[in-house]
Write a protein that binds this ligand. Structure first.
Ligand SMILES: [Zn+2]
Length: 412
């Protein structure tokens, strides 16, 4: 592809901003923004908004509603969630893009993994790849795109940036913001890290998180054992039944992840909470799984009650013709930059699932190249800050131009 000289100039300008991008990433990764650390998220949000403000017509911080969670005693509690940040440019343009990534990380304020280290080609630190590197890429690519628009006067593309603070727990509060702002958009780009070898993600499974709370009757283990109804034994039976569902539906897995409950050894335990996750390739599985859960809950032994909570939070993201065409566009732009991009399926989920379900074809791994995410060995390849910014910029230019030509020939 022959590039316009303006595009070429901006690609070089992105390259020249490498050190600036890297030092901003190091500052932002050093701010702990674990999903529960509202103070840290607030500090990071302030700095991000400052940047977003320079390229947007309008920026907003939307307060997220608190979420209900089941505590280890089976009680419902409220959990506060950080703000969702919005940046909007050319809201009335005929074509619209959504660009999104999360501000939160999986590392809580008391995690031992807080230090950011730059060693040669690599940057190590909490969230450098997932997803603060992607956050830098998103902002820099939009800055580059706006420079292109200013220089050429060409575009019919507006955009909305959505930055949420609860992705690592399944976006329970921010999903409403996605539902309000995404329908009708022409495409989406999300900045989760690409795979360690640079590949993009294609299809994604759907996911659901559930809890079953078992309640029985407490009793003295020595004096009145027979009066007790053991909630942990009930939870163990539930666990067996859940695990046995593996293999019932094609490529569907059920992982029992955690059991809370019990206390002193001389008490028959009266409460236990079983927490589990399901991954499934096809939306049809949802109803069948739901019914299977209902049956398990109804089959409780005498003196035991079982109650279910939770639900599906990310619908599957299947391959569609629009999605494939978007992947091919990014692939072609990668080739221009000397990147050999392919894509593969994964069982992992992200807000790209949500966007796809809202009818917005999207690529969700436009972020940096790194690895060992969700672990204290998380790292990023420093050069990917530049290449992924250039890739995103080229993709925005290509799609904007394609839409402009299509709209022009439609009006002729
Ligand atoms: Zn992520």
């Amino acid at each position: 592809m022959a590039l316009e000289s303006e595009v070429q100039t901006i690609l070089s300008r992105v390259q020249s901003r490498r050190d600036e991008m890297l030092s901003r990433l190091m500052r932002w990764a050093a701010i702990n923004s674990g999903t529960s650390n509202l103070a840290g998220l607030g500090l990071l949000s302030g700095q991000v908004l400052e940047q977003l403000h320079t390229i947007s017509d309008d920026t907003q911080a939307i307060a997220a509603s608190p979420q209900t969670v089941v505590d280890p005693h089976g009680q419902l509690q409220q959990r506060s969630i950080g703000d969702v940040l919005l940046g909007i440019r050319r809201a009335d343009a005929p074509r619209q893009a959504i660009l999104s990534i999360h501000l939160d990380t999986v590392y809580p304020a008391d995690s031992p993994f807080q230090q950011v280290k730059h060693e040669g080609e690599f940057l190590y630190g909490p969230g450098v790849a997932d997803a603060k590197g992607g956050l830098i890429v998103l902002l820099e690519a939009l800055k580059a795109f706006e420079e292109y628009v200013d220089a050429t006067g060409k575009t019919s593309l507006g955009w909305t940036v959505i930055l949420n603070s609860d992705e690592e727990i399944g976006s329970p509060a921010s999903r409403e913001v996605f539902s309000n702002h995404c329908p009708g958009a022409d495409f989406g780009l999300l900045f989760e890290p690409c795979l360690p070898n640079g590949s993009l993600v294609g299809q994604r499974k759907g996911s659901g998180n559930f809890e079953i709370v078992a309640r029985g009757q407490a009793a003295h283990a020595g004096r009145e054992f027979d009066k007790g109804r053991n909630a942990i034994v009930a939870a163990a039976q539930v666990t067996q039944k859940l695990h046995a569902l593996n293999g019932r539906w094609k490529d569907t897995t059920i992982n029992v992840a955690k059991i809370d409950g019990g206390g002193p050894t001389n008490v028959v335990p009266d409460t236990a909470v079983v927490r589990f996750n399901v991954r499934y390739p096809d939306a049809d599985v949802e109803q069948a799984f739901d019914e299977a859960l209902d049956r398990i809950v109804q089959e409780a032994d005498d003196g035991i009650t079982l109650q279910r909570y939770g639900g599906f939070f990310a619908p599957p993201k299947p391959m569609t013709p629009k999605y494939e065409s978007l992947l091919k566009t990014v692939q072609a732009n990668g080739r221009t930059l000397g990147l050999d991009l392919t894509w593969q399926s994964t069982g992992g989920v992200c807000d790209g699932n949500r966007l796809a379900a809202l009818g917005v074809p999207n690529i969700d791994t436009m972020g940096v190249r790194g690895g060992n995410i969700h672990s204290p060995q998380e790292y990023m390849h420093c050069d990917s800050l530049v290449t992924r910014t250039q890739l995103t910029f080229l993709t925005l230019v290509t799609l904007a131009e394609r839409f402009r030509q299509a709209d022009q020939s439609a009006s002729e």
